[in-house]
Design a protein around this ligand. Structure first.
Ligand code: PLP
Length: 363
């Protein structure tokens, strides 16, 4: 069986270095908010082309801390994509803001900038774009709308480490960008971790305090903060893995290029191949009207797949207040998507095997 993702294999090339730095932290006697974190924050800010990076506990908190730091008034509406993972919306709801869901572009499956403007009201304060599957949203159009309506642009880039848009790295394009380093992401820790990048000095400073109880000085609390820190061991591990992100993403692109060229199956919709070199290919998401049968066929052929995601956020039990929304494009995507295995440790032979198995469906 070709597994969808094997974290053991993913981390194997880095294991010795990880063991070494973990032991270093273990023996240092310093585990939270120290030199390892500072080192990673500088390295990741530089990698993204942002002035600041603030490490936090996970991707969900990264989004939440950005929203918290902006201090929007009660009743604020935040524009969000309908087609996303629930983690993009939860922080909006926790803070009692109103998520306003936008249908995707049918080709990219990402938030459609053409459908944003009609949803803006006097209460709108921000657009939260999500670089789902590893592809940057149409940031030129989104930033232009934001400028015109004086809105903040926040990007959930949990799936897009290293992606590029118009020559600019994700993490340096929006006002603030949230990353997750959950173990399965393109840059993954060996536990939970996240970060925010921004070039806004005041925002960066505020988030730095907010993640640590809102405290500027020890035992003096400026803000109602939270506890959301990226610990020293995870920071050291991420520093080990960051220099390999580009080469691992390059391997992802090679595989994506082969899938796009060699997969030929009637009624199968492939993901956009117009920006192969710029996209980070976190997932390779195809669409098929008979998803269940295709998944079953691949399973029987020895190829494990996944579905990102089976049920839209606005149909989740937790989001009962959104159940009346009708988002036909989003809903159809959720009925039809299948993620094929795509990760840097797949061999050429495995890629060929997966392509063959897909092309054999129904034959
Ligand atoms: C993984 C993910 C998150 C949440 O990250 P965590 O670190 O698990 O909190 C948020 N948004 C998207 C799109 C994700 O894929």
């Amino acid at each position: 069986m070709i597994p969808f993702l094997d974290l053991n294999q993913i981390n194997k090339p880095h294991l010795e270095a990880i063991e070494e730095v973990s032991l270093r932290v273990l023996r240092s006697g310093w585990y939270i908010l120290g030199r390892e974190l500072q080192g990673f924050e500088s390295a990741f800010a530089e990698y993204c082309g942002a002035r600041y990076c603030i490490g936090v506990a996970n991707g969900l908190d990264a989004i939440g801390l950005i929203l918290r730091a902006y201090d929007f008034p009660d009743g604020t509406e935040i524009i969000v994509p309908g087609n996303t993972y629930i983690a993009s919306l939860l922080p909006v709801s926790y803070l009692n803001f109103v998520p306003v869901l936008v249908e995707p572009d049918p080709y990219t499956m990402l938030i459609d900038p053409k459908k944003i403007e009609q949803l803006i009201t006097s209460k709108t304060r921000a657009i939260l774009s999500v670089d789902l599957y590893g592809r940057s949203c149409e940031m030129e159009a989104i930033n232009e709308i934001a400028r015109r309506y004086n809105l903040k642009v926040i990007t959930d880039a949990a799936q897009a480490h290293g992606a590029v848009y118009n020559g600019q790295k994700v993490g340096s394009i929006a006002d603030a960008t949230a990353f997750s380093f959950y173990p399965t992401k393109n840059l993954g820790a060996l536990g939970d971790a996240g970060a925010i990048t921004t070039s806004d000095e005041a925002l960066a400073e505020k988030i730095m305090y907010l993640r640590n109880y809102g405290s500027k000085e020890r035992y003096k609390n400026e803000y109602l903060g939270v506890n959301s820190r990226l610990d020293e061991i995870q920071a050291a591990i991420l520093t080990v893995k960051l220099p390999f992100l580009d080469s691992e993403n390059t391997r992802r692109k090679e595989i994506a290029r082969r899938y796009l060229r060699e997969i030929e199956l009637e009624n199968l919709i492939l993901p956009p191949g117009d920006r192969i070199d710029d996209d980070a290919w976190h997932l390779f998401v195809v669409r098929h009207p008979d998803r269940t049968a295709l998944i079953q066929h691949l399973e029987t052929s020895g190829v494990q797949t996944n579905v990102h995601y089976p049920l839209p956020v606005h149909k989740q039990k937790a989001y009962a207040d959104l159940h009346d929304l009708s988002l036909p494009l989003t809903e159809r995507i959720h009925e039809q998507v299948i993620s094929l295995p795509l990760n840097p440790v797949l061999s050429d032979e495995e890629v060929s095997y997966i392509i063959g198995a897909v092309n054999q469906f129904g034959k």
